[in-house]
Every structure is written in C-alpha cells, then in structure tokens.
Design a protein around this ligand. Structure first.
Ligand code: ARG
Length: 468
C-alpha cells in the first residue's frame, strides 16, 4: 500500500464526507495492509450475520442466498490470491463489502444491516484470537514433545544444577529438561483459559448501544462456535482484554523460551560443553572459520523482547480510552499478529533445535568432579547422627575449606583429619557426597531421584497423550 496513490472515488463515507478529505488521510488511517489477515474471520462473521438477518425476517431468502454466494466467491478470490485489495477502502471489512457489491450488486448493501464495523472487527478479533490460542498451544506442545524425548534419552545422565550460576547440587539432566516441560504445560493452560474468555461474540452491539432491529445475537454466536454473547453492548465493542490477555500469556511463554534459549547458549559454550546443536540449528561466522554459533537459541532469547513490547504497547493503547470504540483500537492488530507469529516461530524453532540436540553426558558428569555439590548431604548425614543442622553446616563448610586449601578431595582425608573437624565425621559420612548417591537420596515429591523423575516422565507422557 505504501507509495500507492490513492483515489478515493465514490466510497462508503461519501454521504457525509467530501472525497478530498478522505484522500488526504487514507494512507494514515487505513488498516488493510495488516487486517487483511482477518479475511477468513470476516467472511465467517458475515455469513452468520446474513443467515441471522434472514431468520429474523430482515432479509428475504433469495437475498441471503445471494449474499452467501457472493461471500463464497470473495473467499475463493482470497484463496486464489486474486482478491483485488483497494487501499482506499481502508480495511478488510470495507474491502470485502465493496467487492461483494461488485459481485452481487445492490443486495450487498443490505449485509451491514444491524451491524457496525465496531462489533464486526471485534468479532473478527475474537475468532482470530481463539484460533491463535489453539495454534500456539500446538507450538508449545511440539516443544514439550522435544523436551520429553531428550529427557527420556537422558534419563540417567547426571549434571550439575545451579543457583547463582554456581554449582549447587547434582541432578538428573532429565529433571532439568522436564522443568521446562512443566512451565510449558502452564503456558498451554493459560492459552486455553484465554481462549475461553475470547469465546464470546460481540455481534449485535452494532456501533455501541445495540440496534433497533430484532436481531438474534445468540444464534450468530452459536453458528460461529462461540460460547455466548456479551451482556453489555458497550463492553462488547470496547473490550480488548482478550487480546491483551493473549499477548500477556505469550509474554510469559516467551519468558520460558528465552530462559531455555539462554541455557542452550550456555550449554553449547566451550566452558560448559553439555550439548552440541545440530549443524542445521547453528551458523558459522563470516570471519572466524572455527565458529559454530547457537543462533536459534539466541534468537529464541532475543525475540522475547518484541512480544513484551507488544504487551506494553497494547496496555498503553487501551489505558485511559473512554468508552466505547476508538480508532486507537485498530492498533491492537499488528501487535497481536506479530506476538503470535513470534511465539509460533520460537516454539517450533526451539522444538527443532532441542529434538536434534546432541547431549554430552560425559561433559556433564565430569563437571561434577570435585565441585563439593554433595556438601548438603554430608551435613544431612551429620544431622542424622544427632548434630544440629547449623553446627553440621559449619563443620562441612570447614571440611570444604580444608579440601580446597590442601588441594584434596574429601575422600582423600585420613580418618584423623576428619575426626579433628568433628567427632561424628568419618568416611561413611563423606561417601554420601558421591553425585549418584546425592541424586538417589532426593526422593521427596518432585525431587530428582530416579524414581521421582520416572514419575515425572510418566506424567509428562500422559499430559501430551491427553491432547494427542
Ligand atoms: N479498521 C478498524 C479497526 O481495526 C475497524 C473498525 C472501524 N470502525 C470505525 N468506526 N472506524 O478497528
């Protein structure tokens, strides 16, 4: 549309406005450049509206048939890529209405009976958002499937887990991957919840106050597969909560995918070396021949920013708008569309990267050597021998310090040196530090012990299967 010279001609606002006024601003006010993505929803809404107008006697049977036939042709033109988009017709609604008139003649002018673009565009967005929730749920599910597959492959691989990015305690690497699985499960639940609130039809609100015609909005909602109608017509045309809610849910999803992206970047580094991305999910450098960069993970991390930005943008657009409709609300579309496109791109790209990731269990287990990450377990063992936890904590702290300063492993300390630190400290106690023993001992619910992780894997499999 950019750079096109716009000829306003005879047009929808021609009754009230002179053509010149329209021509000057059209390029600025038009949304057709981006809202053409709503064509399917707009046609579906118009079909349901036309049928309802027929049912309540506002249109004759033949008129309904003519409109439906015309809408079929419009849809076919979109499918074939031959629909003539005219920028001067502002938006998807007016473009379709104009084309319908070209195809079926004056009866097209009856379609907008008892309807405004205000309830029409809101309906389109409800339908679009509802479908988008399902699409992104599928994307999240694909990533969950990839994580589950790797977790199963890594079921007995040990790795360090971190707090403050310092070695904290050993875990099963599967436990780490499954943490993301369950984050994504919440994202899918949030999207399902968002879809429930989007599942309502604003049609019948017309401009904002309802209509003088004997419409039947509930039947339109039912025909469109929507759960109900609004109780208040002003709320119906001015509500964009469901768009904000979608982008908010996507933002939380992007927090999760960006954290996973960051971990994949770290794990791919020479320092960690825990994973190696498949060549298909990495790129080289234009100058450094040796480079293999984890771009997909970096962009999964980086693209979160635009989704957060869209959430802020939407909140700012809606904040302080008096009721009911304002053109400001036209700004919801690009934000919403781009947030969804981004979430889909990120979830599927990460799913591909995770699926093809080569794990390096040897590197993970080697990273645990000499890291004292079983120290908590030595303290716990002293507690079982009757030592108060705080005292045990100090004793084991001193043990670690002695080892670090003398360059030895705890198991290399002779019994005398252990006993000097505390009378209850002996080789049996020190043995509980072995990473596999530390992991096996964490049998608390949701812990990293192999039998607990097996439960997690089972639950994860069931959750995915439940949505086959
Ligand atoms: N293009 C508009 C939008 O996206 C459609 C609704 C326009 N309504 C109006 N009265 N100008 O919000």
């Amino acid at each position: 549309m950019e750079g096109t010279d716009v000829d306003d001609g005879a047009h929808i606002h021609a009754g009230r406005l002179g053509a010149a006024g329209g021509r000057a601003a059209t390029r600025f006010t038009a949304s057709i450049g981006f809202d053409q993505r709503l064509f399917r929803q707009d046609i579906a809404g118009s079909r349901a509206h036309a049928r309802m107008l027929g049912r309540v006697g506002l249109l004759a049977e033949g008129e309904v048939a003519a409109l439906l036939g015309g809408l079929d042709r419009v849809e076919a033109e979109f499918a074939a890529g031959t629909f003539p988009i005219r920028p001067e017709d502002e938006d998807i609604h007016l473009n379709i209405e104009r084309r319908l008139a070209e195809l079926v003649g004056p009866v097209a002018g009856k379609l907008h009976t008892a309807r405004s673009r205000n309830d029409q565009v809101a309906l389109d967005m409800h339908l679009w958002v509802k479908a988008a929730c399902a699409d992104v749920r599928r994307g999240a599910r694909a990533l969950q499937g990839a994580l589950l597959q790797q977790a199963e492959a890594a079921a007995d691989v040990l790795a360090p887990a971190y707090t403050h990015l310092q070695h904290a305690q050993p875990i099963l690497f599967a436990h780490h991957l499954l943490a993301y699985f369950f984050m994504l499960e919440r994202d899918r639940a949030r999207l399902a919840d968002c879809a429930r609130r989007a599942d309502v039809s604003p049609l019948g609100a017309a401009a904002l106050a309802g209509t003088t015609h004997p419409v039947d909005p509930a039947s339109v909602a039912a025909e469109l597969g929507l759960g109900g109608t609004y109780a208040n017509s002003m709320d119906a045309v001015s509500d964009r909560d469901f768009v904000i809610e979608l982008v908010a849910a996507l933002s939380i999803l992007m927090v999760h995918t960006s954290r996973l992206g960051e971990e994949l970047v770290l794990w791919s580094s020479r320092e960690f070396g825990f994973v190696e991305p498949d060549d298909a999910f990495a790129t080289g450098s234009s100058i450094m021949p040796q480079k293999k960069n984890p771009d997909v993970a970096e962009l999964a991390r980086g693209k979160s920013g635009r989704v957060f930005g869209h959430l802020m943008g939407l909140l700012a657009v809606m904040k302080g708008l008096p009721l009911a409709y304002h053109s400001d609300m036209q700004e919801d579309k690009e934000a919403c569309f781009d947030a969804v496109d981004t979430a889909l791109a990120v979830t599927y790209a990460l799913a591909g990267m995770v699926t093809t990731l080569r794990l390096r269990p040897g590197r993970m287990e080697a990273a645990l050597a000499g890291d004292f990450s079983g120290a908590t377990d030595v303290a716990d063992a002293l507690v079982r021998r009757g030592v108060p936890f705080r005292e045990a904590h100090a004793v084991v702290g001193a043990l670690v310090r002695l080892c670090v300063e003398s360059g030895r492993e705890p198991e290399q300390l002779p019994p005398g040196e252990l006993a000097a630190l505390h009378p209850t400290l002996d080789a049996d106690v020190v043995a509980v530090m072995a990473p596999r023993a530390v992991v096996a001992a964490r049998r608390s619910p949701g812990g990293t012990a192999p039998e607990r992780v097996a439960e997690e894997l089972g639950l994860a499999r069931r959750l995915l299967a439940a949505e086959g």
